[in-house]
Design a protein around this ligand. Structure first.
Ligand SMILES: C[S@@+](CC[C@H](N)C(=O)[O-])C[C@H]1O[C@@H](n2cnc3c(N)ncnc32)[C@H](O)[C@@H]1O
Length: 261
């Protein structure tokens, strides 16, 4: 299998933009029935953080997607900037903020670069961006966040883990704990806490391109990703008919980190 073929199936900025436009994320995949993370509300685990007073100062929502987390935090009185590489997501996030009657700055941008934000943020929220990046992307992202934050800033990170929640596994390759520890440590972030948690997904997102990839497409994917997608699709096919609220809990790692210098 050529590197080019594998690369075509890697989750990347273009595949997310396609999903937001309602188009197949990968060549040959079906069009999505929904966005798996679009639950039209903030993530419950993030709402808990906000309620416990963990956030302060200027807040960055990195990879903000459709903006519901940023909007929730802004509604609680914080100054919030949401950044996402997808222009379509940012357009929809702006519309959702307008509907909610709240002020949020939403910018199209690359979280692995974060140009123009030096020394700006006191709190960073990452709700399922970290696992979207490859190894080099994660290194660049951790370094970019270091530049974009103030000394002592806090970074709250949620990314898919290799655990399962009542048999439900993550729809993508998980990021191992050692990778998180190395990446954050090397970029000047001290990990205060790392543990298991859950991410709430929208079941309709798993009946489209995430959940029903044809064998011809799976065969062309990197073997690890194809196996993960296959296993997830099998389990989703059994579980989704039993779920009646359209919501599914996915296994995550949560990290609380502090900028060390
Ligand atoms: C799984 S979604 C999560 C969206 C949102 N945080 C949430 O919890 O609903 C990941 C998001 O990261 C964005 N993304 C992927 N790579 C990015 C990059 N390099 N810079 C900025 N955003 C990126 C995607 O467009 C997508 O909106």
């Amino acid at each position: 299998m050529s590197r080019f073929t594998s690369e075509a199936f890697r989750h990347n900025r273009e595949s997310y933009e396609s999903l937001y436009r309602g188009e197949p994320a990968f060549p040959g995949a079906p069009a999505p029935d929904g966005i798996p993370w679009d639950i039209r509300q903030a993530q419950p685990r993030l709402m808990e953080l906000a309620a416990l007073g963990a956030m302060s100062g200027e807040v960055l929502d990195a990879g903000c997607g459709l903006g519901d987390n940023a909007i929730y935090v802004a509604c609680r009185g914080y100054s919030v900037t949401g950044i996402d590489s997808s222009p379509t997501a940012i357009e929809q996030a702006r519309a959702r903020a307008a509907d909610a009657g709240v002020q949020v700055r939403f910018d199209v941008g690359d979280a692995t670069e974060l140009r123009g934000y030096d020394g700006r943020f006191d709190t960073v929220v990452d709700s399922a961006l970290y696992h979207c990046l490859d190894y080099d992307g994660r290194q660049a992202y951790a370094a970019a966040l270091h530049r974009a934050t103030t000394p002592g800033a806090r970074w709250f990170l949620y990314c898919f883990s290799g655990d399962n929640v009542n048999g439900v596994i993550a729809p993508m390759e998980a990021v191992p704990e050692a990778d998180i520890r190395d990446t954050l440590g090397n970029a000047g972030w001290h990990i205060d806490f790392l543990g298991p948690t859950t991410f709430l997904g929208n079941t309709s997102g798993f009946t489209g391109s995430f959940g029903k990839l044809p064998d011809a497409v799976l065969r062309q994917m990197p073997p690890g990703l194809a196996e993960q997608m296959r296993r997830m699709a099998e389990r989703m096919a059994m579980i989704l008919p039993l779920i009646d609220d359209g919501r599914i809990h996915l296994p995550c790692t949560v990290v609380h980190a502090t900028r060390a210098d």
